[in-house]
Design a protein around this ligand. Sequence first.
Ligand SMILES: Cc1cc2nc3c(=O)[nH]c(=O)nc-3n(C[C@H](O)[C@H](O)[C@H](O)COP(=O)(O)O)c2cc1C
Length: 216
Amino acid sequence: MIDKKALYTISQGVYLLSTVDPATGRAVGRVVDAVSQVASGDPKRVSVACMKEGFTSKVLLESKHFALTTLAVDAPMALIEAFGYQSSETVDKFLGWELAADAAGTPYVKDGAIALMCCDVFDVLDMGSHWLFLGDVVEAAVFSKAEPMTYAGYRAMKAAAKAAKAEDKPAAPASGGKSKWRCMICGFEIEVDGDELPADFTCPRCGVGRDLFQRV
Ligand SMILES: Cc1cc2nc3c(=O)[nH]c(=O)nc-3n(C[C@H](O)[C@H](O)[C@H](O)COP(=O)(O)O)c2cc1C
């Protein structure tokens, strides 16, 4: 028996992968979480598992170069929706975001990015459902010390947003005019007087803002 939830316990981050279609010169990209560092010497190497379905993987087989940005814990959900829930085949996902380009001229989105890793693909392995792209890191930079988003944190945020939508209004305060809140990213809990967290509240453990707190 294979309980696929066991695989959800593998810690992964959330990244944007972009590349340029050599046939058209157009930038394409997708959200990926299946990223690993596979060699730390010289060269440093990463692997990215890309579903064969969709557009970016087809382009990457030809372009053989990608830019990978690590998303911050508070990266805009709209960015993940834009790059993770539609296809570059029909949509220009880069429209409306702040862009920069790596040394090879591959555009990447600056919004929500805390680091950049650019890779030349040196091998591609067939995994069945996915292509496993193996890349030499040829350029890398850190933009911010903010915490990276984790795939588990992303799933928790999605679940909380769905639950909030299902409820018409938030639950009543726990007791005596107090309310208890839990950070959707790191699980930190806090009880405060009244119905709301202060407007400038940030998680003392992981630093995210009050938008990522859910009433317990
Ligand atoms: C949080 C999240 C993680 C994802 N992780 C991966 C991944 O590791 N590999 C992959 O190929 N697709 C992954 N996807 C799905 C692609 O981003 C999605 O299918 C995208 O729309 C494909 O776009 P494209 O056709 O432009 O390539 C993920 C999506 C989300 C929202």
